[in-house]
Design a binder for this molecule. Structure first.
Ligand code: IMP
Length: 203
């Protein structure tokens, strides 16, 4: 069996990834299985560089092939903000709600509400990055919060050609169209190739 480390403590991400990898002979570990590992500092200027840094450091520290992701909400009228700073847009110890309120306030009176969620997933071995892929979902920022599911900016992001926000969708619905699912789906063939090439060898 091939062991893959998801370089994250987030159990929701692990659950989503497990569902997308089902049918493949993979044992999926997360950073919760390595409590002594110090988390990577996400200090890069782009989501791709952060994802690669997280995947590479996790791989170096564990010796396992590792997958990491980094996500941002890029709002056109705000010159692509909050972008790579999405987690702490309203300040160092802010809540998801603080971030959403800051976006809604900055967007008051703005008619062009176009935004993109972008996720980069990076795959790394201890000797370097193997690949990275980007998943994008286009949408619009609503004028008020709608829905209670999900997390982060879900209740103010309405994907294009939908009449509901991410937070008004079920998990299954969101995961079938989301930016993160698109990125993971794009990297799955690379993981499959890796498993094939390591059979009887590396793992
Ligand atoms: P991370 O890189 O996955 O930690 O995401 C950075 C920030 O983007 C999070 O703190 C959330 O505020 C936001 N975010 C990431 N993914 C999503 C999502 O699927 N829906 C809504 N917000 C998200």
């Amino acid at each position: 069996m091939f062991t893959l480390l998801l370089a994250s403590h987030n159990q929701d991400k692990a659950k989503e990834l497990k569902a997308l990898l089902s049918g493949m002979n993979i044992q999926l570990l997360t950073l919760n299985d390595f409590p002594n590992i110090v988390p990577t500092i996400e200090d890069q200027d782009t989501i791709s560089a952060n994802a690669m840094k997280k995947a590479f450091e996790a791989s170096l520290k564990t010796g396992l092939v590792s997958l990491a992701d980094d996500t941002g909400l890029f709002i056109k009228a705000l010159n692509d903000k909050p972008g790579v700073y999405s987690a702490r847009f309203a300040g160092e110890h802010c809540s998801y709600k603080d971030n959403r309120m800051k976006v809604l306030k900055l967007m008051e009176g703005i008619t062009n509400r176009y935004a993109e969620f972008r996720t980069c997933v990076a795959l790394s071995a201890p000797d370097g990055i193997i690949s990275f892929k980007i998943g994008i979902l286009e949408g619009n920022i609503t004028t008020e919060e709608r829905g209670t599911n999900g997390f982060g900016y879900d209740s103010i992001f309405m994907p294009l050609s939908f009449n509901k926000t991410y937070a008004e969708m079920t998990d299954t619905e969101k995961n079938s169209i989301s930016h993160r699912a698109k990125a993971i789906e794009a990297i799955i063939p690379i993981i499959k190739e890796l498993i094939e090439s390591s059979k009887g060898g590396l793992q």
